[in-house]
Write a protein that binds this ligand. Structure first.
Ligand code: SF4
Length: 314
């Protein structure tokens, strides 16, 4: 797949409630603060005859009046940002906000209110370069966003080359949902960039349901040969909060060469109330999963706890 073909696909997107209602033959989409954005490559995987389709539910705003303990920024990422565009929570690694853009808008996203204009790693590079140089304990850089793979191949390559200049940085982790919801993103050039960097690459996909794993994605991910492939999911009511869905997801991930890594509890961002799954139910599901799958197919059940870290629920 060329970058040109990807760019063409990237323009094929449903935007807003009206286009989405027409495409999915429903009236259920409404305009909300976090705008609706659905790539056609993802939309085409939805069963339009199923109003409860698990893929549809992730992109359809779920209106709720319960504001109790939900906030605009549940993880307070901004408080862990010593330099704009960089988040430093754990001693050995930093996360860079490499892009403000996502191929899709997931309505449960905890960063949906994040101030991306202030936190853009590329436009604040001199400060970031100074910070990483001064912190020799950093051996891993995580590219996040938005979605770092919404950067062009050229920009991504330049950024990776800059990171290679830090001799103390050994690993590059890339968090991406784009390559799943828009498999055309896995261009030949991207595969080449990841293959030739001196950094050890860990590619963490964000897949919540087995139905998201299309034939094209399966074919393309097989081309990424020298990276460790892991997946993180969010436990979402009506999407994957049942044993069969979680089991099918782990098995399908393994089939395409990805190991289930994290199953995240929902971060309580305003607008995501109707995706909430209780701790009791999550723990019960996780125990059932453990009894039915080999250990390496069971993701860790975790909750991000803002300032410090992740909490293991099990
Ligand atoms: S792709 Fe990731 S960052 Fe973007 S909206 Fe979805 S969950 Fe949020």
């Amino acid at each position: 797949m060329s970058e040109n073909q990807w760019n063409q696909q990237a323009r094929k997107v449903l935007k807003g409630a009206q286009q989405s209602n027409v495409f999915f033959n429903t009236q259920a989409f409404t305009e909300v603060k976090f705008s609706i954005k659905i790539p056609l490559e993802y939309a085409n995987l939805v069963d339009v005859n199923n109003p409860n389709d698990p893929l549809l539910r992730q992109v359809m705003p779920q209106v709720s009046n319960d504001k109790s303990d939900y906030s605009l920024s549940p993880l307070q990422d901004e408080d862990n940002s010593p330099v704009d565009g960089l988040i430093h929570k754990y001693p050995n690694r930093v996360l860079l906000i490499a892009s403000q853009v996502c191929a899709i808008h997931c309505q449960y996203c905890f960063r949906q209110n994040f101030d991306y204009t202030q936190h853009d790693a590329l436009s604040n590079w001199p400060e970031i370069e100074r910070y990483i140089s001064e912190h020799q304990e950093i051996n891993e850089v995580i590219l996040s966003g938005g979605d770092p793979l919404s950067l062009s191949d050229g920009k991504l390559e330049k950024l990776i080359k800059k990171l290679e200049n830090f001799q103390h940085v050994r690993s590059l982790r890339i968090h991406s949902r784009s390559i799943v919801v828009m498999p055309s993103r896995m261009t030949t050039k991207l595969v080449e960039i990841l293959a030739k960097t001196r950094l050890k690459v860990v590619l963490v996909t964000h897949i919540n349901h087995a139905n998201e794993i299309s034939d094209e994605f399966s074919k393309n991910i097989a081309n990424i040969a020298n990276a460790t492939l892991l997946n993180q999911s969010v436990l979402l009511k009506g999407v994957n909060d049942d044993l069969n869905s979680l089991k099918a997801l782990s098995l399908k991930l393994f089939e395409v060469g990805i190991l289930p890594y994290y199953l995240h509890m929902l971060d309580k961002v305003e607008g995501a109330q109707n995706y909430f799954v209780s701790d009791d139910k999550a723990v019960q599901l996780h125990q059932q999963l453990q009894s039915q799958l080999s250990g390496y197919l069971v993701p860790k059940l975790v909750r991000d706890s803002g300032l410090s870290s992740k909490t293991w629920l099990l």
